[in-house]
Design a protein around this ligand. Structure first.
Ligand code: WTA
Length: 687
């Protein structure tokens, strides 16, 4: 887009919050910047009281005795307390007389057509596939599935893998696990069988919940086939999958393994709807969510029950000004396979008793205005999506949103990657009609929920800045010594004290947990560790945060996190590849695209009569998509004679990033093989 680094640095527009009534809110939870500042100061001065108040928005079976035990880097929140996450999202709403209220609104992707009225002749109208699920039904469904899981031997503490399309049963599966005290590990439906193998193995998960398929852009994604393939590989390892629960969604033909596979409808029908919510210790595991790091395989980020739920309940309420019984419909467009879906499709929103909308498919099916059609028909009040989606909508044109009545919208959120001011302005103008506050929420899988974000009734916003820390969050930009930097100086984003939504570990890898997050930065005064987020940032003269992006080898492609090493391993698993280096490159729509530099094996080329040509580039890109999933498909594959390395043999990634960004001119013809030797020599001493 048209934003340049200079224009982002010089961004000076400020949008003031407006009175609640102007946006048809009864009130703002945090009504002004002064109130925010006072609350934030108080939350840091007396964190125990602040977090206890936050936790009291939940229903606890047993109260905690201490708010926090902090033995860096280990935190225990709400010590001794017990609660259940499903109970807080579903059952307590039934018990408080809201059983008949809608908790989940769902729209499927496919449209069928019907005659509107026989008298009008040949007029056809699209027919949407819709479901409204009330809390009572969600209670019964999670109870039945919970019992079905128990009947398969799933016990408290076990990990259940979920690999499903965006259908109500996905939410039911997640909550059913929480109900019986099993941890869920949701795998994004766009990941390939190998990703399932790695995650199931790491979590030692014996039960997988999936579907025969899912709809995406009118095509069927063969989920069960991927699970079958993964199970075949797993059968040769000590991790055996004993049961696969299969939801019938598409009616596609699938292979069936009797004894292992069971239809969702059979399992649920056979199970009783009497399944009390298991009391969980506040620190019992709620879920694992695998995410990419800079080294090795994806890591299982571990979140626990009491702290995570307290944090997402608080942040969802404040950031989006959620109010029950006020006609709100909250729509987060993220897939439940990512943390955004966990926190702001399910736990944060449902625990606030505001209906959450789930849409199964693509934004351009059957046409480019599907999202706006959904917003208008369901009268969506808060919309939460990613900058990549916004940039895509910009490209598709203003006329798509203009066709629809978007006047119900009140708060617009973005997440996942820095938003460029131009996209922010477009979102504000064309979707928000110039009246809706835009909340650019900065956070990570590891933080559980928003750590830096505007509050819509309080924070003046600046396009491109995620603004100020969430209440209770002590965020800072520091140097390598942990010292806070003066305004407008770039440094490392850090959080200086624990918060309830923070990760409690990397599953099965204590070392990686300590090294990745808690060893890099410490308080220069006390020596206590700070949380290291691996993002670069600066604060401006008003204390506003501007996130500059990852400082490790993780890239953010369309707001999806990928490790460059994962893509490199996928590339070198191709028989023709000798070596690969993957870096991010600027991309108009995706924010960051994937650029792969590859050296080929001469012997393989010769034996297979191949040349380093476009066909081979395409083949390698497709190979990565098959190994990891379509989101990891490189945008550019470039062949090189050798990769530029330092004297100690380290690949010069910074040089490659510059080359990928078009900053560095290569000294030779780049149509076939790139020769980095000259530039590499120039740079060797700098790296
Ligand atoms: C990036 C997604 C700038 C950041 C919730 C972070 C952002 C990574 C923003 C986490 C934002 C997320 N502005 N950058 N508003 N939100 N990021 O774990 O680099 O999938 O470290 O969590 O996304 O990605 P993850």
């Amino acid at each position: 887009m048209a934003d340049t680094i200079e224009s982002v640095l010089n961004e000076s527009r400020v949008f003031q919050p407006v009175p609640a009534a102007q946006l048809r809110f009864s009130h703002w939870h945090v009504p002004s910047l002064d109130v925010y500042k006072a609350l934030h100061a108080k939350s840091l001065a007396d964190p125990d009281t602040f977090w206890a108040d936050a936790a009291n928005h939940l229903a606890w079976f047993k109260p905690w005795s201490r708010v926090l035990d902090w033995n860096p880097p280990d935190a225990q929140w709400f010590v001794g307390g017990s609660l259940n996450a499903c109970y807080n999202c579903v059952d307590r709403h039934v018990e408080s007389g809201h059983g008949e209220d809608v908790g989940l609104i769902w729209e499927g992707e496919p449209l069928s057509r019907r005659t509107a009225h026989p008298a009008t002749g040949s007029h056809y109208a699209p027919m949407h596939e819709l479901r409204w699920l009330r809390y009572r039904e969600l209670q019964q469904q999670t109870a039945r599935l919970g019992n079905a899981l128990k009947a398969m031997g799933v016990k408290k503490g076990d990990v259940v893998t979920i690999y499903m399309p965006m259908v109500p049963e996905l939410v039911i599966a997640v909550l059913a696990c929480a109900r019986i005290g099993a941890a869920h590990s949701v795998i994004f439906g766009g990941f390939a069988p190998q990703a399932i193998v790695e995650r199931v193995t790491d979590a030692k998960s014996r039960v997988i919940i999936t579907a025969d398929g899912g709809f995406r852009r009118g095509e069927i994604v063969e989920l069960k086939k991927n699970v079958d393939e993964a199970c075949e590989t797993l059968a040769t390892t000590p991790t055996k999958v004993t049961n696969v629960i299969v939801l019938q969604r598409t009616g596609s033909r699938i292979d069936w393994r009797p004894g292992r596979d069971v239809w969702w409808h059979d399992a649920v029908e056979a199970a009783s709807a009497d399944c009390p919510c298991e009391p969980m210790d506040s620190e019992d595991m709620l879920f694992l969510l695998y995410t990419s790091g800079s080294t090795g395989k994806p890591k299982g980020i571990l979140h626990t029950t009491g702290g995570y739920l307290t944090f997402v309940n608080l942040t969802a309420r404040l950031t989006f000004n959620l109010i029950p019984d006020a006609g709100q419909v909250f729509w987060c467009t993220a897939d439940v396979g990512w943390v955004t879906g966990h926190s702001y499709v399910i736990y944060g929103v449902m625990s606030n008793r505001v209906p959450t909308l789930l849409y199964e498919g693509a934004p351009n099916f059957p046409a480019n205005d599907r999202f706006w059609d959904i917003v208008a028909r369901h009268r969506v009040t808060q919309l939460y999506t990613a900058p990549t989606a916004i940039r895509t909508f910009m490209k598709w044109g203003d006329d798509h949103p203009a066709k629809h009545n978007l006047s119900t919208l009140r708060v617009l959120g973005t997440v996942g990657e820095p938003i460029n001011p131009e996209a922010w302005m477009w979102y504000h103008t064309h979707i928000g009609g110039g009246r809706c506050p835009v909340v650019d929420t900065y956070w990570q899988t590891e933080t559980g929920g928003h750590v830096v974000t505007p509050l819509p009734g309080a924070t003046p916003t600046k396009p491109g800045s995620c603004t100020l820390p969430m209440l209770g969050i002590d965020a800072a930009v520091v140097n390598e010594q942990g010292e806070e930097l003066p305004p407008n100086q770039g440094g490392l984003f850090a959080i200086r004290r624990p918060w309830p939504g923070m990760l409690r570990g990397v599953f099965g890898d204590r070392d990686r947990f300590v090294k990745t997050y808690w060893s890099r930065l410490k308080d220069p005064a006390t020596g206590q560790p700070f949380y290291f987020a691996a993002d670069g940032a600066r604060r401006d003269q008003d204390g506003y945060f501007w996130v500059m992006g990852r400082v490790d080898d993780v890239i953010n492609v369309s707001g999806h996190r990928l490790g460059t090493m994962e893509v490199e391993s996928a590339l070198v698993s191709h028989p023709g590849v000798a070596e690969a280096a993957v870096v991010g490159m600027p991309h108009d729509l995706k924010g960051t695209g994937i650029c792969a530099f590859v050296t080929l094996k001469p012997a393989w080329l010769k034996a297979n009569a191949r040349t380093p040509d476009d066909a081979l580039k395409k083949e390698l890109a497709a190979h990565v998509a098959k190994e990891i999933g379509p989101i990891a498909r490189p945008d550019s594959v470039r062949f090189a004679e050798g990769l530029p390395k330092t004297r100690s043999g380290k690949i010069m990634r910074r040089l490659l990033r510059d080359v990928a960004a078009g900053v560095e001119k290569i000294t030779q013809d780049t149509t076939t093989l790139e020769d980095f030797s000259v530039v590499a020599k120039l740079r060797a001493d700098e790296e």
